[in-house]
Design a protein around this ligand. Structure first.
Ligand code: KIV
Length: 278
């Protein structure tokens, strides 16, 4: 099936869960693509996970484009979503459209926009009208961390859940093809999923969303700076890499590596000439 947002609606309507993951580089994208992941998000989480920043505020559109291009080269089949970084779409509709179009030209098939207000609803509409599919992002939205006051669970009351539903419906109406629900109690996320037509993609939002997304480096145990409660480790890359590097170091120090197997030979006559010089 050609890469398109239609696939996500089809998966939701057929009751099949949508599996999304993040990737920031070529080789990770290749693996995710091979595994048949439904969509790859080049998330602005790469600011922390790949670049070592404390939060997502410092990543720029130009930096995001480098990672989107690398992922697009590695993922030939998976649908690719580019995350619009902090303040790259808040100044004006024109600014948002221009930066979203840069992401599509770099190889993304859609963009993700955090939050909801009149500006974001209008921008969603304008992007969709221009052929740029939009994945919305509600609940905990990291770009608003300073306003929300840290990693706080959203939708903890019926009133707050209703407010999220109101926003999500407006974004659905504006043409968003799905909505990420981050850090929301499972029952609230289930309620939102039931009351929306478009798919919900949960992260820390329970099993009853239409699909799930997590940071690949978290579930594979590669990024270990912090471990959110909603992360399950499916591998332990950090320990595997650490062991490999320690073994490499040991073998270099003890001259076990490189052995003859990893070395190139010099033929007999040339060897003799070198010996003569010695
Ligand atoms: O930046 C990110 O990786 C995200 C999440 C939804 C995984 O926004």
């Amino acid at each position: 099936m050609a890469k398109s947002v239609l696939n996500f609606q089809k998966l939701k309507d057929n009751g099949e869960k949508i599996a999304m993951l993040t990737a920031y580089d070529y080789s990770t994208a290749q693996v995710l693509d091979k595994a048949g992941i439904d969509a790859i998000l080049v998330g602005d989480s790469l600011a922390m996970v790949a670049l070592g920043y404390e939060n997502t505020y410092n990543i720029t559109v130009d930096e995001m484009l480098i990672f989107i291009k690398a992922v697009a080269r590695g993922a030939k089949n998976s649908f690719i979503i580019g995350d619009m970084p902090f303040m790259s779409y808040n100044l004006s509709i024109e600014q948002g459209l221009e930066n979203a179009s840069k992401m599509i030209k770099a190889g993304a098939n859609a963009v993700k926009l955090e939050g909801c207000n009149e500006h974001i609803i209008e921008l969603t509409k304008r992007c969709v009208e221009s052929g740029i599919p939009v994945l919305s992002h509600l609940g905990f939205t990291p770009q608003l961390m300073n306003t929300i006051g840290g990693h706080k669970i959203q939708g903890k009351t019926a009133d707050n859940t209703e407010r999220i539903l109101e926003w999500a419906k407006k974004l659905e109406e504006a043409g968003a093809f799905g909505v990420v629900l981050e850090l929301i109690p499972a029952v609230s996320a289930e309620y939102l999923t039931k009351n929306l037509n478009i798919p919900t993609i949960g992260i820390g939002a329970g099993v009853n969303c239409s699909g799930q997304i997590v940071v690949t480096d978290d579930i594979l145990g590669k990024f270990t700076d912090f471990a959110p409660k909603f992360i399950k480790k499916f591998a332990n890359i950090h320990d595997t890499v650490l062991l490999g590097v320690e073994n490499y170091k040991k073998e270099v120090k003890s001259m076990m590596f490189p052995s003859e197997v990893e070395s190139f030979e010099l033929n007999e006559s040339e060897r003799e000439k070198l010996n003569a010089v010695k």
